[in-house]
Ligand binder design. Structure first.
Ligand code: UDP
Length: 478
């Protein structure tokens, strides 16, 4: 063999080529991009695949694509068509199911072309598990290792896996006239924790257009992957992880990923951001002038829509609590109500700030933040856990209902406001978190924060699991 070819072969052996494909939504792109950077730091070849819509937004609103490509010469971005008119029918929120469906139906030929043409050869695919069996047969045809990554909490993933058992015991689907406080008994590891209302929103009948059958099939398609990655850590979800491991022996829990990356890079907040919206940094200057732990940060993530009545209730609750607040209201979040928002902004000025999108990791790490009113998206939950910020949870859909239950009942680092939107409740909960029971919540939030830091430090569970993952990816290189 020629010397050059031998050298290249040796290089390929130590530098696997990993294709990473996230679901086209903010939370999924954020966490998978962080994993991608962690792998790039290990000198691996990375191809990060985005839909055109996501790619264009990343270019428009931040410099992540340029920065990552410049910092890591073996890191490249590729695109796949949307198969969906994003401008006319935004796939955000509940519609994300349609986007996943059209990519699953039409994406395979593009992925095949890519697998055939990439040099060096792709040796491992890390696929967002929401795509189910999209690449299972391609991976086996081309001898590529397939890892599924689920960006949701382990407790939610486990609840999805429990669906057959819950259906068999008639505990779900949850019908319209259901007693929402009925206790769920057939989800091992979560007995006596969950009520009907705490199950993932898709378990409610006819909710969000995703049938339970489809959910079961897609979740179980992860059994065919060679390994599974979850963005969580052992101390946070250990009883649930023991259950999942009975089905997935090769499970890598390596989260909180944003913190893992920051720890590896020895920085306190992520340097390369993947915002899909225009960041307004004025909030940082505003926070600098606020007293210690005096501000409640309010954000419902990248997809949650809001009705104007809900905005008004929450706004009154915040105002009546007499606490300072920083509130993210995305453009188009409250359809056609720009006038209402302008009015609220004006009336808010003395004590609050409303902005379109913030650098959330930085906000949560700011010393002025004392609490977080959140929709309980998994990334937001982890970011709050890392910073030791207690939460008020107002879940909208998917895993948020179960995450908020764990925040309040299992980890005891916040309060759960699900299924109500009432100014008095908001006011009382803000006061409970920031005044009446402040010490109690801060103590438990700080304890969990310490555990999250320990997990990504040398000898911590996520740190060790990540080393094992690297070893695994390298060992599968042909
Ligand atoms: N985020 C942000 N700025 C904002 C609001 C949200 O950077 O103003 C980020 C947040 O840090 C998190 C992600 O957007 O990483 C939202 O993900 P999550 O899983 O919490 O919720 P989703 O948007 O998927 O519902």
């Amino acid at each position: 063999m020629e010397e050059k070819t031998m050298e290249r072969k040796a290089e390929e052996k130590t530098c696997p080529h990993v294709l990473i494909f996230p679901c086209p939504a903010q939370g999924h792109v954020n966490s998978m991009l962080k994993l991608a950077e962690l792998l790039a730091l290990q000198n691996m070849n990375i191809t990060f695949l985005n839909t055109e819509y996501i790619h264009n937004r990343l270019i428009r609103f931040n410099d992540s694509i340029q920065a990552l490509s410049l910092t890591y010469p073996k890191f490249q971005f590729k695109t796949i068509p949307d198969f969906h008119d994003e401008e006319k029918h935004p796939g955000f929120g509940e519609k994300i199911g349609d986007v996943i469906m059209s990519l699953s139906l039409n994406g395979k030929p593009y992925l095949r072309d890519m697998i055939v043409s990439e040099v060096p050869k792709i040796s491992c695919i890390i696929l967002d598990g929401v795509f189910g069996d999209l690449v299972t047969d391609l991976a086996s045809e081309f001898g590529i290792q397939l890892i599924h990554f689920r960006t949701i909490s382990a407790c939610c993933f486990w609840a999805y896996l429990c669906v057959p058992k819950l259906l068999e015991s008639n505990e779900i689907p949850i019908r319209g006239d259901e007693d929402m406080d009925r206790i769920i008994r057939n989800a091992p590891g979560m007995e006596n924790v969950l009520r009907c209302r705490d199950l993932p929103s898709f378990f409610r009948e006819n909710k969000h257009n995703l049938s339970l059958d489809k959910l079961v099939v897609r979740t179980q398609q992860s059994f065919k992957a060679n390994a599974l990655i979850l963005n969580t850590f052992e101390d946070l979800e250990s009883p649930i992880l023991s259950q999942i491991r009975l089905h997935f022996p090769k499970l890598y829990t390596i989260g909180p990923l944003h913190h893992h990356l920051n720890n590896t890079k020895k920085t306190t907040t992520t340097l390369i951001n993947s915002n899909l919206f225009q960041v307004d940094r004025t909030c940082m200057t505003w926070l600098d002038s606020q007293p210690l732990k005096s501000v409640i940060y309010v954000s419902f993530g990248s997809t949650t829509p809001m009705k104007s009545e809900e905005v008004i209730e929450i706004w009154h609750g915040l105002m009546n609590s007499e606490k300072r607040f920083l509130w993210v209201i995305r453009p188009n979040m409250v359809q056609g109500k720009e006038v209402l928002l302008k009015e609220l902004e004006e009336k808010t000025k003395e004590r609050g700030l409303i902005v379109g999108w913030v650098p959330q990791e930085e906000v949560l790490a700011h010393k002025a933040i004392g609490a977080f009113l959140t929709h309980s998206g998994w990334n937001s939950t982890l970011e709050s856990v890392v910073c030791g910020v207690p939460m008020i949870c107002w879940p909208f859909f998917a895993d948020q209902q179960i995450n908020s239950r764990f925040v309040s009942e299992v980890w005891k680092i916040g309060l759960d406001m699900k299924d109500v939107c009432d100014r008095k409740v908001v006011e009382n909960m803000v006061n409970d978190l920031m005044v009446n029971r402040k010490e109690e919540f801060l103590k438990s939030a700080m304890e969990m924060s310490k555990l999250s830091c320990k997990s990504v430090s040398p000898s911590g569970s996520s740190y060790d699991n990540f080393q094992a993952l690297i070893w695994y990816i390298r060992s599968t290189n042909p």
